[in-house]
Design a protein around this ligand. Structure first.
Ligand code: SUG
Length: 449
């Protein structure tokens, strides 16, 4: 396979029709504090689509991943809810245990940074792109995503150049939340990269686990993925997250660090040992200088980092410009110390050329910023051209998706609306249309019969 002309494609998750605030994610401060509020699925989906389109207009390769079928009737059936039809099953679940219905309704698949870990072909010994869907075992509502995610990824990344692995075993020791804890360093995307896997807990150092909130990624899962993906051990680094950060609401590494190419932006309290992480990365990286920007706690506290999602940003190289552009949520402008820090960074640091702010409030209220909404996949020009799915954003696909959202999505969704059985029909109708538009084939349970 040719290694020239490789791009990092941002696949963004389209927000689903049941986007709602159910307070399902313990340890995710935004999710807990917005539980029970009324959401706007339409506004959420449009906010996400506008971010995608803005990146497309900047010349970044941008693609979409579809939302999932919700409420998920197979899950409700597995949990023992019965009925002669789907509407009755939903009614029974709503009456008996609304929180279980809320789990089966969650639109959480939009945060595709948790969909899978992907090692592109330049990194693996067999020259294939390796894909492991995350098992998402630490949150029940997220574990529902896994099977459909696997089908969607197989549909889009099809052919001999891709190796699709099964999710890791459903065991706490293999808890895996995908690319949110995985960063790749390289000079050019087509060169062999260094892959950094960040974990929150491990069997070997149990005393370093967080005390309050769950660690959602384990060392054991990172090691299994690196091995299955045939990575070169001299170009693979494992690092432990600072447990105090997890206890402050940093439930994934992408809430406290972000990297792209030869740049790592991270907080002073990101890792158990920042100096060791830097030194391991420098040893593994043989393509020139790595640039580290460590944000001091004195300038941005952990609390402000979590509230603003400064590190849940996207670092992109806009064609025709020098330096890196940072895509951040508007909460970074609203959080004064973070705004001050970003202004200083933009002015003083050669590596950073501009900061762009995006309104993603609907997703942010559930703990999902710009980086959570995207899954990065390095693809060659041949792979992009060979992709049969119609997922790469263009002016016309943008217009089609916008009309599709405006036609199908509700303007508001209150917690009690989840019990409305017509929501399921609305969702299935919309997804049937979408899977046709994106040329995905049958990927949903209701399509498979
Ligand atoms: O898994 N929130 C998601 C947010 C995921 C963010 N992803 C990354 N950081 N990469 C989660 O905690 C909240 C759903 C609710 O409460 O209704 C939720 O699932």
């Amino acid at each position: 396979m040719s290694k020239s002309n490789c791009y990092e494609v941002n696949f963004d998750g389209l927000v689903g029709l049941t986007h709602n605030y159910a307070g399902l994610s313990y340890g995710n401060v935004a999710s807990s504090s917005h539980g029970g509020l009324t959401s706007s699925p339409r506004a959420a989906a449009l906010q996400g689509l506008e971010k995608m389109m803005a990146l497309h207009r900047l010349g970044i390769k941008q693609a979409v991943l579809p939302p999932q079928e919700r409420p998920h009737i197979p899950t409700l059936k597995k949990l023992g809810f019965e009925g002669s039809n789907d509407a009755e099953i939903i009614k029974n679940a709503a009456e008996l245990t609304p929180h279980k219905l809320a789990s089966a309704c969650s639109a959480s698949s939009m945060w595709v940074a948790n969909a899978a870990t992907i090692s592109p072909f330049p990194d693996s010994a067999d020259g294939k792109t390796h894909i492991t869907p995350a098992n998402l075992t630490s949150m029940f509502h997220r574990s529902i995503e896994v099977e459909t995610t696997g089908r969607v990824l197989r549909s889009i990344f099809a052919g001999a150049g891709y190796e699709h692995h099964s999710p890791l075993p459903v065991e706490p020791v293999f808890s895996d939340e995908g690319a949110a804890n995985h960063t790749r360093f390289c000079n050019d995307y087509g060169e062999t990269g260094v892959e950094l896997f960040v974990y929150g807990s491990s069997k070997v150092k149990p005393d370093l686990a967080p005390k309050k909130f769950p660690a959602r990624q384990t060392l054991e899962s990172c090691q299994a993925i690196a091995s299955n993906h045939c990575l070169d051990s001299s170009k693979t680094v494992f690092a432990q997250q600072n447990p105090q950060a997890i206890d402050a609401g940093v439930f994934h590494n992408d809430v406290i660090a972000v990297g792209n190419r030869n740049l790592l932006l991270y907080h002073e309290q990101a890792f158990v040992n920042n100096a060791e992480v830097r030194s391991q990365l420098v040893t593994a990286f043989d393509q020139g200088e790595l640039i580290f920007i460590e944000v001091p706690s004195a300038q941005v506290s952990l609390e402000d980092a979590v509230a603003s999602y400064l590190f849940n940003s996207q670092l992109i190289n806009v064609p025709g410009t020098n330096g890196t552009t940072i895509i951040v949520p508007t909460e970074c402008r609203d959080t004064e110390p973070v705004h001050n820090y970003l202004k200083q960074l933009e002015m003083d640091h050669d590596a950073i050329s501009q900061v762009l702010y995006f309104d993603l409030r609907q997703s942010m209220n559930n703990g999902g910023g710009p980086a959570c909404l995207r899954l990065r996949v390095v693809m060659s020009e041949d792979q992009i051209e060979g992709c049969a799915a119609n997922v790469f954003l263009s002016d016309s696909l943008y217009e089609q998706l916008k009309s599709w959202i405006e036609k199908h999505y509700r303007g508001s969704l209150a917690p009690e609306d989840l019990a409305d059985p017509t929501l399921l029909d609305e969702c299935r109708r919309a997804l049937d249309e979408l899977s046709d538009l994106l040329n995905l084939g049958s990927v949903y349970d209701f399509q498979l019969g």
